[in-house]
Design a protein around this ligand. Structure first.
Ligand SMILES: [Zn+2]
Length: 110
């Protein structure tokens, strides 16, 4: 339960207290509470792309399905989907990284 709350509030995967972000898209270099290094190696957040892709599909699928059911044109579906992804990108970006950090901490603890 504490881990789920830490994920929800975007906190450190080790101490579950320190903030992970210092801006909309900037991850801290290390946790301010337990000093966990949040950038373990170059390209570390490549794994977050898997989570981001999954979130993106889940986020746009209901609206896309609704548009298809209402006989929207391919052009409309493409633009609505793109707009939805642009609007949701801060959330997708942040939670993809948060989940990646927690996932990595569980399987490769530091
Ligand atoms: Zn920490």
């Amino acid at each position: 339960m504490r881990r789920l709350l830490a994920i929800l509030f975007q906190r450190c995967p080790r101490c579950l207290k320190g903030k992970l972000f210092r801006g909309l898209f900037r991850v801290n270099r290390e946790c301010a509470v337990c000093e966990l290094e949040l950038q373990r190696e170059p390209g570390y957040y490549l794994g977050a792309m898997y989570f981001s892709y999954g979130f993106g599909v889940v986020a746009v699928a209901p609206v896309t399905w609704l548009l298809i059911e209402n006989d929207a044109t391919l052009f409309t579906i493409a633009w609505v989907t793109a707009a939805e992804l642009v609007l949701l990108s801060p959330l997708l970006f942040r939670y993809a990284r948060v989940l990646w950090l927690h996932f990595d901490q569980l399987f490769r603890p530091q």
